[in-house]
Design a protein around this ligand. Structure first.
Ligand SMILES: Cc1ncc(COP(=O)(O)O)c(C=O)c1O
Length: 473
């Protein structure tokens, strides 16, 4: 098992490929989610410390009989929860190949071709976003790490011995920003929550007011974070206006595009991202709207030297001899990680294998699905939208006739119970959000398999499940 023969590798490969064919082929017939508990799963797993090995088929059997049925099926076309990509076969094969080669992308010398491929692929993403040619970056584990890296670079631009640093982000910003501020020693309390407008975009007047107030109190404003797709409602902040304010106060502008930035590939959404190319840094996630399997985020810096100033570290055991320029490229100088898997391979195989035309079409179709849901909800008399659909996230609630005269609290409580019941039912999966202080059913279309018909099934599922709630309506 530790070093299988060529025949064994062939057999394992065939079984794994067959598993993939069966799994993907049967997706629509599976529940998106199966209600379970820790004890039920544990009771199916052999907990004995494995002293002797087990054959490969037995391992796959556990995958088939326990892991698969007791997982949330993220590739299911009606898995609308959170910001979850479905994965894609080309990405899965790329992950297998990356692990086979087991390249470790620390510096160019350690993995010459993989690092070149990463730099090439990062440059393609730079071009997609419209950043200048000098911009550069890295693949990291995900959006949270990309935000952390970018804020680490931003913080380094200021001398914080002179006073407390302050940064600004709308109240709809993902928690990874506050978490990064805490980890970087900026402090959660120094992330100022800027108010949002009725479309959940940052209110620029409030941003200016907060910066001015901090300046008069001897704080040092150093960074504004704009959203290119908030996690709750998908709102895209007015990037050009925020750039102007960042220039006026000479602060770093970071864009969190972890969820939304790849929607720039869709014609119908492109205008929302005007100005993104002027940011100092951006976080975006190929493992979200490029449909790739988990574990690939991306950070791009407008001026990579700013990141180098924050992250570069020289140690005798990593000293390089006789190498210059490109061949001396040190990945760890641009982010927090040292050992890094070959994430670029799956991004490269997807972009090159599928092509931007097909990806743009898939993203466009996701947007169309969310808009279809919105128009069905607006045309119905038992659902209501609680936020406009900007990208592919939709927030709404179910208000059956019998509930119409009830208090907002009662309607919220009903929708909360409905959400839990829908998840347990398994035909469709939504998550939740608090929007304007009220509970909302929240979905995000992020799967190239999802169709307009799936959006109709979602509403039918909600109506069906609502009727089965005890003493509900
Ligand atoms: C807007 C936004 N930022 C950051 C993140 C964090 O990304 P990750 O889960 O890849 O760390 C998310 C995750 O959903 C997100 O939606």
């Amino acid at each position: 098992m530790l070093e299988p023969s060529a025949d064994e590798i062939g057999d394992w490969g065939n079984s794994v490929t067959q598993f993939m064919i069966d799994y993907l082929g049967g997706l629509r017939d599976r529940p998106a989610y199966r209600h379970t508990c820790s004890r039920e799963i544990r009771s199916r797993l052999d907990s004995t410390l494995p002293i002797k090995g087990t054959d490969f088929d037995s391992l796959l059997k556990v995958l088939r009989e326990t892991i698969v049925p007791f997982s949330r099926q993220n590739a299911h076309p009606r898995m609308f929860g959170y910001v979850q990509s479905p994965g894609t076969p080309i990405g899965a094969f790329a992950d297998l190949l990356a692990s086979t080669l087991n390249a470790n992308l620390t510096i160019w010398r350690s993995a010459p071709a993989p690092v070149e491929l990463e730099r090439l692929t990062i440059d393609w993403i730079r071009q997609i976003l419209g950043f200048p040619a000098e911009a550069g970056g890295l693949f990291v584990s995900g959006g949270s790490m990309a935000n952390l890296a970018a804020l680490g670079a931003a913080r380094h631009t200021r001398d914080h011995s002179l006073g407390r640093l302050r940064m600004y982000a709308s109240s709809a910003t993902h928690f990874s920003i506050a978490k990064a501020a805490a980890l970087l020693g900026i402090g959660r309390e120094n992330v100022r929550h800027v108010a949002v407008d009725e479309s959940f975009r940052m209110r620029v007047d409030d941003l200016v007011a907060k910066i001015n107030a901090d300046l008069t109190s001897d704080y040092i404003p150093f960074c504004v974070v704009a959203n290119a797709g908030t996690v709750d409602t998908g709102a895209v902040d007015r990037l050009r206006e925020i750039r102007e304010i960042a220039d006026r106060f000479q602060v770093w502008m970071h864009v969190d595009g972890s969820y939304g930035a790849f929607a720039i590939l869709a014609e119908s959404a492109r205008r929302l991202f005007a100005g993104v190319e002027q940011a100092d840094s951006i976080a975006l996630d190929p493992h979200k709207w490029l449909y790739l399997p988990v574990d690939v985020g991306c950070v791009i810096y407008r001026d990579p030297e700013a990141a180098r100033a924050a992250f570069a570290h020289e140690a005798e055991y990593t000293r390089m001899f006789g190498e210059e320029a490109d061949e001396a490229f040190v990945c760890w100088n641009y982010g927090p990680e040292l050992s890094r898997r070959f994430r670029a391979l799956k991004v490269w195989m997807l972009l090159k294998g599928v092509g931007l035309d097909r990806l743009s079409e898939a993203i466009e179709s996701n947007l169309a699905c969310a808009r279809h849901l919105e128009s069905m909800v607006r045309a119905s008399d038992d659902f209501e939208m609680v936020a406009p659909v900007e990208l592919s996230i939709f927030c709404f609630r179910h208000v059956p006739v019998q509930l119409r005269n009830q208090s907002p609290k009662a309607i919220d409580a009903f929708n909360e119970r409905l959400l839990v019941a829908l998840q347990r039912d398994g035909s469709s999966y939504l998550s939740n959000a608090i929007v304007g202080g009220r509970f909302a059913l929240r979905g995000c279309v992020l799967n190239y398999r999802t169709t307009l018909r799936d959006m109709e099934i979602l509403l039918d599922d909600l109506r069906r499940v609502a009727k089965s709630l005890p003493n509900s309506v």
